[in-house]
Write a new protein. Structure first.
Length: 158
């Protein structure tokens, strides 16, 4: 598996692609800082470019070819989450209703935990019905999720 690593405001981000260099297999923020890792693979450099544009507030949608392996339900949830507008949030229950399964909020949570694509499938935009952030597996957990939500909300106000 080929990878690239680079620094961002939320920590070291790593993106990896398949052997054919056509699909990303993951985008994640690492739990501990690591040295940058450069690449000459176009898809990895495109991922880095789009993510850095997101943090520079010149891009609101990460649009990359993703290797989204998962169950049909997970894929439906991930697609629904990609439709949540920049700077907005939805509850797990609202996402469940978006995919036609209004009682499946916990299932949405499970699909979010299986998401391998930080920012491209913006699971940080999914929160609890009570407004609490819930869990987040990337970087420093809930602190990373809060930083991403705040970044988007600040930009959306302008």
């Amino acid at each position: 598996m080929k990878s690239i690593r680079f620094n961002s405001p939320i920590g070291t981000i790593q993106a990896s692609c398949n052997d054919q260099k056509t699909l990303l297999t993951n985008i994640t923020v690492l739990k501990t800082p690591q040295e940058p890792l450069h690449s000459d693979i176009a898809i990895l450099n495109l991922a880095k470019e789009q993510i850095l544009e997101y943090f520079a507030k010149t891009r609101t949608i990460i649009d990359l070819p993703l290797d989204q392996t998962g169950t049909d339900f997970q894929k439906q949830v991930w697609k629904a989450v990609q439709s949540i507008p920049y700077g907005q949030t939805r509850s797990y229950g609202e996402v469940a209703a978006m995919v036609g399964r209004p009682g499946a909020a916990r299932g949405v949570g499970s699909a979010m935990r299986a998401n391998r694509f930080l920012l491209a499938i913006p699971c940080h935009r999914v929160i609890g019905a009570n407004g609490k952030l819930g869990n987040y597996s990337g970087g420093q957990g809930v602190l990373t999720k809060m930083a991403l939500i705040n970044l988007e909300k600040e930009e959306a106000k302008q």
